[in-house]
Design a protein around this ligand. Structure first.
Ligand code: ACM
Length: 768
């Protein structure tokens, strides 16, 4: 009877352990974890037992662990101790990146088959230790890890991070630190964007001017990226930098110890103004240019595939690149070439005749195929941005899908390998509301959105899905001047990338992921790594209350953290504090007000203050007719967009803007009944870097009957360069007038000043 009871008891105990399936806090979540009883404690006497010299990287990582926070360095030996040790043993049956980690009270055992497998095991172990292990000063702690068994391996073979070091140069030390952080997150591919218009960053012995000239530009760092004049003859190029070949070897060797592959990117045929500034004969016009100090668009200074000397140059450069980088893949860029000069140059036209082609895309394809052949001959493969699909994909090329998933789907369906890096993995985008984030590109890419990304598109069948090598985050650095800002953009989003790239879908749990993120943030604090706290910010959405007679609007407040949360708010000038009213349900606003809100944790404001001015005006919900209707890409929320009280934000993809491409627009508002009015305001956005320009004029007329209109105001404003993204309300004030209908004409710039089309974004029309 007694025995039976015990069996029953242990049966239930094991059931609870397995049913619990609670995370032990590791990012990325391991494939399989089994919790056991007891714990292992690291002490200064703990020995590292290793069996093979290729485990030295892992041994060093283990030795580093307690060197500051415990003030002891674990001894390492190849003689097997009997107790209080951690063993590293090779297990040939394990896949390349797989590992086993067994923690028991008297021993920790790690098994793996490769350098990177051992490195992954140490990364897990480190995250199982109390966060204080990261402290730089002695901590009076017991360094205990609960007993468990982990069987782990990655879902994807490519788990990448790209750093752009051209737009702004980042020192070698920062690259090394980033590799450490990648290793802790089990990322295995560092894509090094070494070449772009604004700086050539890799020493090439055969072509010294690439770095003597191409690595330096005139210093306009005080000006906005998209508003920087070219270098004048009287000016010196003093801003920039490059990596010597010795430094690159150091980075590659460091990465190798961690098991990380470094994939260099040598852009072609575009994004190479820096190379053309050094050697003008690389372009077909051979005109002398300087290294651009800021934004370049469109990119017309590109290599000339008409001349053999261009291929000789590229092969010589790639030969040195291959000497430095042992990676299977070399990234050859391929994106965003504007090939207008190829249409008129003699060399390129001759080449096209010789090849019997009429299309410049095919000429780019010819160039990429030749480079592929050269690299294949040397045992390497190419990967390129998805434009390499245009004009015919090189036969063995892998594709990096960045313009959404489309290019990746097409490549996978035709049997090519793919790395997925669509917009949501563009970490140069803001991770919270653009108005409270540092200047960033495009729409919000919150931590949660990154976490929700699935790298294998539903369009692919199982076989095709195998061509998805994995996801990668890209950090373009146009707006990123410092390593601290770079860290801010990377973390915590890189935690999410790590989990989607590594963990089986079945183990993913968003709520737990946010909890793990909090604990990882504590680790990052101790390591002195800057990270964004945008997950603690409040977001708001405003809408017209359609159910009531009153012109009332509803403001909903939210925060991306899952579960219970404490959002507090104030209306108008009251101070926001832990004692402000708690937000339970959407607020109904009846008069023009300013709302402030914030997320509170333990009574303290956790993130930034959300501030919203809501203007209750006389045209809310008014019917609007258009001449012409908005461009099909930006129709906002349809015909009520202009009067729906929800203002478009700095994120021009937020679904609240209506836009016109080169066209002017006339909007007619029907207020439903006659009202006395004395002001009309037109909200518009400018973001010249994205081709969006303020109107160059506007006019307003009012009418009682919709037939006879009188003009109440008109303005014109000349075009002016503006590097910033901004929203302005253009206001017309006039004598109080009775009107039911309001006609608003908004004048589009019509043509972009430096070529191309001009977008005009409008929202909202406010009437008082
Ligand atoms: C890219 O973002 N131009 C690849």
């Amino acid at each position: 009877m007694k025995i039976n009871f015990l069996i029953l008891f242990s049966f239930f105990l094991s059931l609870t352990i397995f049913a619990q399936k609670k995370s032990v806090g590791i990012i990325p979540e391991p494939k399989e974890i089994k919790l056991l009883n007891g714990s292992f404690e690291f002490t200064p006497q703990t020995i590292i037992y290793f069996t093979d010299d290729n485990q030295r990287g892992a041994v060093e990582q283990l030795q580093y662990l307690f060197s500051k926070s415990g003030e002891f360095v674990l001894k390492a030996t190849k003689m097997k101790p009997s107790k209080n040790f951690i063993s590293l043993e090779k297990n040939q049956n394990l896949e390349k990146e797989a590992y086993r980690l067994s923690v028991k009270p008297n021993q920790i055992a790690i098994e793996a088959s490769t350098v990177i497998g051992f490195s992954h095991a140490v990364a897990s172990l480190r995250q199982l230790l109390p966060v204080q292990v990261e402290s730089k000063t002695l901590q009076k702690m017991k360094w205990k890890i609960p007993a468990m068994e982990i069987k782990d391996e990655p879902r994807f073979a490519w788990r990448g991070l790209m750093l752009d070091v051209s737009r702004h140069f980042f020192p070698k030390e920062y690259i090394l630190k980033t590799l450490d952080r990648m290793a802790l997150l089990k990322l295995n591919t560092f894509h090094w964007h070494l070449v772009d218009d604004q700086g050539w960053r890799i020493e090439i012995k055969k072509y010294p001017k690439l770095t003597e000239i191409g690595a330096w530009r005139v210093d306009h760092e005080n000006l906005h990226w998209n508003n920087r004049p070219d270098q004048k003859p009287s000016e010196k190029a003093t801003y920039g930098g490059f990596y010597t070949q010795e430094e690159i070897k150091e980075v590659v060797a460091y990465a190798e110890k961690l098991g990380i592959t470094v994939v260099p990117e040598i852009e072609m045929p575009a994004h190479v103004s820096s190379a053309i500034a050094a050697y003008p004969w690389l372009s077909c016009t051979e005109e002398k240019i300087t290294v651009p100090p800021g934004g370049v668009w469109p990119i017309v200074h590109i290599y000339d595939p008409g001349k053999e000397s261009t291929f000789e140059f590229l092969e010589n450069v790639l030969a040195e690149v291959m000497q430095l980088f042992p990676s299977e893949y070399i990234h050859i860029g391929g994106d965003e070439a504007t090939k207008t000069k190829w249409e008129t140059c003699k060399t390129t036209q001759d080449r096209m005749k010789q090849l019997g082609i009429e299309d410049v895309d095919e000429l780019q394809s010819y160039m990429i195929k030749r480079i592929e052949e050269y690299l294949n001959k040397h045992g390497r493969k190419i990967i390129g941005w998805d434009e390499i699909l245009e004009g015919g994909l090189a036969p063995r090329a892998a594709v990096m899908s960045w313009r959404g998933m489309k290019g990746g789907i097409e490549a996978a369906q035709s049997g090519h390998d793919v790395v997925m890096t669509p917009g949501v993995l563009y970490f140069d985008g803001p991770q919270g509301m653009p108005d409270v984030e540092p200047q960033a590109f495009g729409s919000m890419k919150t931590l949660g959105k990154v976490y929700d990304f699935e790298p294998i598109p539903a369009e692919l069948n199982q076989e095709e899905g195998k061509h998805i090598l994995g996801p990668q985050a890209n950090l373009w650095a146009e707006y990123i001047h410092t390593t601290e800002h770079s860290e801010y953009m990377l973390y915590p989003r890189l935690f999410a990338l790590s989990e989607i790239a590594w963990s089986p879908v079945s183990t993913r749990n968003k709520k737990e992921f946010y909890q793990k993120t909090l604990s990882m943030m504590k680790r990052w604090d101790l390591l002195g790594i800057n990270y964004a706290k945008s997950i603690f910010d409040v977001t708001g959405s405003v809408k017209v209350n359609q159910e009531k007679e009153k012109k009332q609007v509803i403001l909903d407040l939210n925060n991306e953290f899952p579960g219970e949360k404490e959002i507090r708010y104030t209306i108008d000038d009251a101070d926001l504090s832990g004692k402000s009213p708690k937000f339970f349900k959407p607020l109904e606003i009846n008069k023009t007000s300013t709302i402030r809100a914030g997320l509170f944790i333990d009574g303290k404001l956790a993130g930034k203050v959300y501030k919203k001015n809501i203007e209750i005006h006389k045209a809310i919900n008014a019917k609007v007719s258009y001449e012409p209707y908005a461009h099909k890409s930006y129709t906002g929320q349809g015909e009520k967009t202009m009067t729906n009280i929800t203002r478009g934000s700095l994120d021009f993809h937020d679904g609240q803007w209506q836009a016109w491409l080169n066209d002017d627009v006339t909007l007619t508002l029907d207020l439903g009944q006659e009202k006395e009015i004395n002001q009309v305001k037109i909200g518009a956005m400018e973001n010249q870097g994205s081709g969006i320009y303020y109107p160059i004029g506007a006019q307003v007329w009012v009418s009682e009957d919709g037939v006879d209109y009188i003009s109440v105001g008109k303005f014109t404003r000349p075009y002016a360069d503006n590097g910033y993204a901004e929203i302005t309300d253009f206001a017309f004030d006039f004598e109080p007038t009775k009107a039911r209908y309001i006609k608003v004409f908004v004048d589009n710039l019509g043509k972009a000043p430096y070529g191309g089309d001009a977008w005009m974004f409008v929202d909202e029309i406010l009437v008082n």
